[in-house]
Structure formats: structure tokens, C-alpha cells
Ligand binder design. Structure first.
Ligand code: SAH
Length: 350
């Protein structure tokens, strides 16, 4: 482990102040930011428009290395999954997902997860720690580098990797400001999605900030009872309270909300689900992302047939709920949440 602070933990303002404290010109901070977030530099030596003494000083005082890649696998559909080995040997995943219209990085925010959703491999083994702002940004830079190798500039960021983004609020938002800044990665807020298990106080907090980011709610249940069975967090923030927070979020921001909804055979695709969701979504402009359950061995359920899934989608549409079935990507590389990570720890255990 390097004991040096990581330069990516500094915002542009903080780096500017640091430059001033060294007696350097303040524009040096913007130059360093451009090297890191726009030109993809992984070393201070590469920063050719900085004086050599400053480069040496930075090199002695800061870390700028990539996260160690323990495994990198490319699927037939070009989805590339990275298993990262952090300084304390915690493992997290990030994924490059190229589609016809966009090039997306799926980023982790925590090592492990506290929330224990029954169908999700990320919660197995519990939660260890929050990722730092630098660890989050390094993932973005690594996926971006991979995308550029395929001549695909990174267009979107989704915080849908390991962990619960809103449970690591401060580091997440510090990283988002750098990703979003024109002097940083320059990715528009509307191209950044935060997916949450439904932490009501954090959603309320988000509603008060004037941000253009996309909010995705992992709903998965259609009422209190069904959500209780799948997501323990529902006992703390029940279905109705969550929907109320979403309604208020929509009122305050006028931003469309995406509801993620897992399709599990005989569990979530029933007609009563359609009727309950129709009632719940009244007054919220939203869309539904239907995610076919990607089987994990710890949760013995099946994915519905193709017809069951399209029938369910069509019923939602008939009820005025815009819904699309998410194409599973990277299945051959275990790209569902936490699968690669859990496979790695199982290997270690055996
Ligand atoms: N903690 C955040 C972000 C990580 S999960 C959240 O809960 O939203 C990203 C999405 O993948 C969530 O909607 C999650 O519920 C879903 N997911 C997890 N495991 C899955 C599985 N086995 N099959 C299908 N979707 C899954």
C-alpha cells in the first residue's frame, strides 16, 4: 500500500489551493486536472507542460496509480469486466458496456454491501468499507482508457457496481463533481445515473440539490409485502415511504425517475404487480427498466420465459407505464452485480 495521499481525492478547488500553498501558479491545478481526467495520464512524469521540479514534487507527495486489475474479461458482446484488487485486497468490479448508442462505465462505490438484497451477489460476505473518491475516479479512468482502445469515447456513467452509492454520499458526490466538471472528465450530469436501493433520507437530500443527474430506484417489489421478501432495506424504508419520497423528488426536480424491477419467475411478474405499480406510480413521470433475473446460486429462482417477460411489459404499457426489458449483457463474463467478485472469493475459500 502506498501511504501517499491520492491526488484524485482533491477537488479542483482543493488542488488550486494546494498549488498556491506551494507558491505555484493557480493554473497549474487545471493543467494537472486536464492531464489526469482528459488526457488519461497515470504518472506525473507524463505531464510535460509542468516544470520538472513540480512534477518531482508531485511524484514524491501524491499517488496517481491505477487500481490493480486482478482479472479482465471481455465477453462476446464486447462488455469488458474488471475485477479490481484494492490496496487492502478488497475486490470490487467495474464494467465497460458498449452498446449501439452509448459507451457506459458501470462503477462500484463500496467494498461489499450492507443491504443484502436476496438476489444480489454483492451483499454476500457483507460490507467492508466505502471506496475513496480516488478509487471511484480511478475506475472511471480505467474504463475510459479501455473504451478508447476500442475507439469508443466514454459517454455515460452508471453507479451500479458493487455497493450502495447513496451510502457513500460524500465520496460519491466529490467524484461526480470531477466527472461532471468541464475541467475534469466533462461528462454531462444527465449522462450520470445513480442507482439506489431506496435510502429515503438520501433521496430527500438529493431532491433539495439542484442536480441534473439521473436517479434509478431499485424497486423490485410491487408492494410492501413483496418488497420485504426481496430487500431487507424495505423494513427500514417501506415501499409506501419510498414511493412518497420519489413523488416528492419528482415534484421538486421535475426529473423522470427510472424504476428498476427484477423479473423473477412466479415472484415479480404477476398481474397483481401490474395493478399495484399502476396505483403507486400515479403522479410520477417515470419509466421502468425490467431486469431479467440473472441467476445466482444463493437465490434459487428462475428467470421467466421470454413470453412471460414481454407479456408483463405489455401489461405495464397498457396501464400507461413505460417499460423496457433490459438486454442482459456480459452474461458469459458474469457481469451481474458482484458475480465475479463472489466467484473469486469462492475460489479462495476452496
Ligand atoms: N445498490 C445499488 C446499485 C447496485 S445494483 C442498487 O441497489 O440499486 C445495480 C442493479 O442490479 C440493481 O437494480 C440491482 O438490484 C440489480 N441486480 C442485482 N443482482 C441482480 C441479479 N442477480 N439479477 C438481476 N439484477 C440484479
Amino acid at each position: 500500500m502506498t501511504s501517499k495521499p491520492d491526488i484524485r481525492d482533491l477537488s479542483l478547488d482543493e488542488l488550486t489551493r494546494h498549488m498556491a500553498s506551494l507558491g505555484e501558479k493557480s493554473y497549474r491545478a487545471a493543467q494537472i486536472f486536464a492531464w489526469i481526467y482528459q488526457k488519461g495520464a497515470w504518472s506525473f512524469d507524463a505531464m510535460k507542460n509542468l516544470p520538472v521540479e513540480l512534477r518531482d514534487r508531485l511524484k514524491n507527495n501524491f499517488n496517481l496509480s491505477p487500481n490493480t486489475i486482478a482479472q479482465r474479461i471481455i465477453s462476446g458482446d464486447k462488455t469488458t469486466k474488471f475485477l479490481l484488487d484494492l490496496f487492502d485486497h478488497e475486490k470490487v468490479e467495474c464494467v465497460l458496456i458498449p452498446t449501439a448508442t452509448r459507451t457506459t462505465a458501470c462503477i462500484s462505490t463500496q467494498a461489499g454491501c450492507k443491504f443484502g438484497c436476496k438476489f444480489c451477489a454483492s451483499g454476500i460476505g457483507g460490507w467492508t468499507r466505502n471506496l475513496t473518491c480516488a478509487e471511484i475516479l480511478a475506475q472511471v479512468l480505467q474504463v475510459k482508457e479501455e473504451a478508447l482502445k476500442h475507439k469508443r469515447p466514454l459517454s455515460n456513467i452508471v453507479f451500479m457496481g458493487t455497493g450502495e452509492p447513496l451510502d457513500n454520499f460524500d465520496n460519491l458526490f466529490k467524484a461526480i463533481r470531477t466527472i461532471n466538471s468541464q475541467k475534469g472528465s466533462g461528462i454531462g450530469a444527465r449522462h450520470i445515473t445513480i442507482s439506489t436501493v431506496g435510502l429515503v433520507p438520501r433521496i430527500n437530500q438529493l431532491a433539495r440539490q439542484n442536480l441534473q443527474i439521473e436517479l434509478a430506484i431499485s424497486l423490485h417489489g410491487y408492494d410492501n409485502e413483496s418488497r420485504n421478501l426481496l430487500m431487507p432495506v424495505n423494513r427500514k424504508y417501506p415501499f409506501d415511504e419510498l414511493i412518497k419520497a420519489c413523488r416528492e423528488y419528482f415534484k421538486a426536480t421535475k426529473r423522470q425517475i427510472t424504476f428498476e424491477y427484477i423479473l423473477i419467475k412466479d415472484v415479480t411478474c404477476a398481474e397483481k404487480a401490474v395493478l399495484s405499480l399502476k396505483k403507486a406510480f400515479k403522479g410520477i413521470i417515470c419509466k421502468m427498466n425490467l431486469i431479467p433475473y440473472n441467476p445466482v446460486s444463493e437465490f434459487e429462482h428462475k428467470t421467466p420465459s421470454g413470453k412471460e417477460m414481454t407479456d408483463f411489459r405489455d401489461r405495464l404499457e397498457e396501464c400507461g407505464i413505460h417499460a423496457t426489458i433490459r438486454t442482459p449483457r456480459g452474461r458469459d463474463v458474469a457481469a451481474a452485480c458482484g458475480q465475479l467478485r463472489i466467484m473469486h472469493s469462492e475460489k479462495k475459500r476452496s
